[in-house]
Ligand binder design. Structure first.
Ligand code: NAD
Ligand code: UDP
Length: 313
């Protein structure tokens, strides 16, 4: 019997790549999305396929479905989008996760939560292992997302303790690749789109803050291994290669249009100064580590945006 998967946020960046992997493996997929930051174009190639269903629905509203697995990704991930309606973001994280856990419990499905490195906040421990409890501002402009994901993790573990629900909690570090929106607002897509348009690249602050960037295919492989494995998590999935934002800007610029100007804008409140995952657990328990370097991952990502911008005129 083929397995039936519910992917919330399945029309988004990561969700649509997961849809592809599961469909290509011959599984059944129900893609559920409210299209806040997702696009039908990301999953259009599966419309009409016998194993694929698309449901326009908001996870803050309960829904009854018969599935074996819930991949719970629904939530805007870019600061620009999650801060555009922060109360809605908190509702999506709390109520959405509550509703999906309720669904999983009812039908005995296993649920994987797409949590985030943001649960570590602006970290005082570097790099960040899963045992680090984080440094999160409860009242800042990032709190709707950071605290939302923290309570979502809490709900997962309470469902496991109270009801025996099978859970998997994945802490995703900055991931990039094709199908990010040109106006997504996150740093990799911003820099690529700016450089392709011949505009200055916008460094927030002095660009000395660091991030670790994982290519989407590596990330999805880690997600599938975590869901299929025996370990609840939380488990960090990310690429430990660490870069300053200025280094990233220089790499993107030099690949697309060397000599382009870098400008600075104010650093947003609570912007974490450094971030890099410890991935020992993923290596030991899942046999996973990223395969693509930043340079290898930038190539297909730049090619994707080049094509999209040409299509859009
Ligand atoms: P994305 O914005 O492209 O995708 C999110 C998807 O969820 C979109 O399709 C959106 O329309 C949908 N959605 C949002 N709110 C919804 C709601 N209330 N009901 C139904 N659908 C809703 O972002 P992404 O990068 O693909 O992120 C996917 C998940 O992974 C998110 O939960 C995010 O927090 C997590 N994550 C991503 C990253 C990353 O670097 N990409 C890092 C950490 C965590
Ligand atoms: N950033 C930047 N210029 C941009 C967009 C983002 O310098 O045009 C910075 C941002 O301030 C942060 C880092 O890049 O320090 C990563 O930002 P992103 O929004 O991609 O992810 P997050 O902050 O959630 O890790």
């Amino acid at each position: 019997m083929t397995r039936r998967n519910l992917i919330t946020g399945g029309a988004g960046f990561l969700g649509s790549h997961l849809v592809d992997r599961l469909m290509e493996a011959g599984e059944e997929v129900i893609c559920l999305d409210n299209f806040h930051t997702g696009r039908k174009d990301n999953i259009r190639h599966w419309l009409g396929h016998a194993n694929f269903e698309l449901i326009r629905h908001d996870v803050t509203v309960p829904i009854r479905l018969e599935v074996d697995r819930v991949w719970h990704l629904a939530c805007p991930a870019s600061p620009v989008h999650y801060q555009s309606n922060p109360i809605k973001t908190a509702k999506t994280s709390f109520l959405g996760t509550y509703n999906m856990l309720g669904l999983a419990r009812r039908v005995g499905a296993r649920l994987l939560l797409a949590s985030t490195s943001e649960v570590y906040g602006d970290p005082e421990v570097h790099p960040q292992p899963e045992s680090y409890r984080g440094c999160v501002n409860t009242i800042g402009i990032r709190s709707c997302y950071d605290e939302g994901k923290r309570i979502a993790e809490t709900l997962c573990f309470d469902y496991q303790r109270m009801h025996g629900t099978e859970i998997r909690v994945m802490r995703i570090f900055n991931t990039y690749g094709p199908r990010m929106l040109p106006d997504d607002g996150r740093v990799v897509s911003n820099f690529i789109v700016q450089a392709l348009q011949g505009l200055p690249l916008t460094l927030y602050g002095d660009g000395s803050q660091t991030r670790s960037f994982c290519y989407v295919d590596d990330l999805i492989e880690g997600m599938i291994r975590l869901m299929n494995g025996d370990h609840t998590g939380p488990i960090n999935i990310g690429n430990p290669g660490e870069f300053t934002i200025r280094q990233l800007a220089e790499r993107v610029r030099d690949r697309i249009r060397p000599g382009l100007e870098l400008t600075t804008q104010p650093l947003p409140q609570d912007d974490p100064l450094q971030r890099k995952p410890v991935i020992d657990l993923a290596r030991d328990l899942l046999g996973w580590e990223p395969k693509l370097s930043l340079d290898e991952g930038l190539e297909p990502t730049i090619a994707y945006f080049r094509e999209r911008l040409q299509e859009g005129g």
